[in-house]
Design a protein around this ligand. Structure first.
Ligand code: GLV
Ligand code: MG
Length: 312
């Protein structure tokens, strides 16, 4: 795993086509927590190999801030994966935090990438274990194997749901993946979201939702992404700068939630340390050790988003 990026926030994960110099140049100016330069589905087959040096150049020469920086390579069932990894990781230098592997179906695919990264790190003088892995679950087989996939390598930092490819894989009769389906009364992906979340959390990974393809519909994005947030997801992909701004907000606690959590922790600390009580009243509710665990998440996420306790 990449020691630098593992715990950095990923509320918004900006997808940038690796073949397009204009989009590459703009990417560092978009306020996203994480940016990935894509060699997979946003790049036409005839441009795949030409995109590799463009991506390397962008990583080395553009003014990236401290965001997580990642490259999505092609899946193992193509002819491009090993070439993508060798050329990009072998030349990009230490600023590249991670490789994203799409359409992961088995733990062996993660192990294969881990072994390849280990050799490239040795050969190119990168610190051992420097490059982390983000894995996408976007097929029925990948979902069935998600527990083993999430445990396959210490390099893994996130597990990601890919709704568009997943809808195709399970033959859902839709033409846009990752948006509401009015004909289905409920959340058609609830099982999938929960399944991936359990596997990710059980293995200490961040858990991320994929793209929302109706890129002009900000209210619909806000509503849809709030579901993933409420289940416990850490963030979601952004396809545009406007989507990134919405997601940064959706995946951060509000000031009110932050203050409430902060006060709860203080009341609980006083109860346990000073009054020697394990369960006490806080306003009109009973709090105990489990409440502390919930509150601490709000405070750490809020602090990562730059919040501080409001003055009373
Ligand atoms: C993302 O890669 C998706 O297929 O949704
Ligand atoms: Mg996909």
């Amino acid at each position: 795993m990449s020691a630098r990026s593992r715990d950095l926030p990923r509320r918004s994960c900006l997808s940038t086509p690796g073949s397009n110099e204009k989009f590459l140049a703009k990417a560092p100016t978009v306020p996203a927590d994480m940016t990935f330069l894509d060699l997979e589905d946003a790049v036409a087959p005839l441009e795949k190999e030409a995109a590799r040096p463009k991506v390397v150049d962008a990583i080395k020469n553009l003014p990236w801030d401290d965001r997580v920086l990642c490259v999505r390579v092609n899946a193992w069932d193509t002819e491009w994966t090993y070439g993508d990894v060798i050329e990009v990781v072998g030349n990009a230098g230490e600023r590249l935090d991670e490789i994203m592997l799409p359409k992961v179906q088995t733990a062996a695919e993660i192990v294969a990438l881990d072994l390849l990264l280990t050799q490239i790190e040795k050969k190119s003088g990168l610190p051992a274990g420097h490059v982390g892995i983000e894995a996408q679950i976007e097929t029925a087989r990948g979902l069935i194997n998600v527990d083993e996939i999430c445990a396959a390598s210490p390099r893994l930092e996130t597990i990601i749901f890919g709704p568009a490819d997943f809808a195709a894989s399970i033959e859902m009769p839709v033409l846009t993946g990752g948006v509401d389906i009015p004909e289905y009364p409920g959340d058609h992906f609830n099982y999938v979201f929960s399944r991936i979340l359990m596997a990710g959390r059980a293995n200490g990974l961040q858990v991320i939702d994929g793209p929302f393809l109706k890129v002009r519909e900000m209210d619909a994005l806000r509503q849809y992404s709030m579901r993933a947030r409420m289940l416990g997801y850490d963030g979601k992909w952004a396809l545009t700068p406007d989507q990134a701004s919405v997601l940064n907000e959706v995946f951060s606690p509000t000031q009110e939630q932050f203050d409430h959590a902060y006060d709860l922790l203080e009341a609980y600390r006083k109860a346990t340390d000073e009054d020697r009580k394990g369960a006490v009243m806080f306003g009109d509710e009973m709090i105990d050790e489990a409440s502390r665990k919930m509150a601490i998440k709000f405070v750490s996420r809020g602090e990562r988003a730059g919040l501080t306790r409001s003055a009373d």
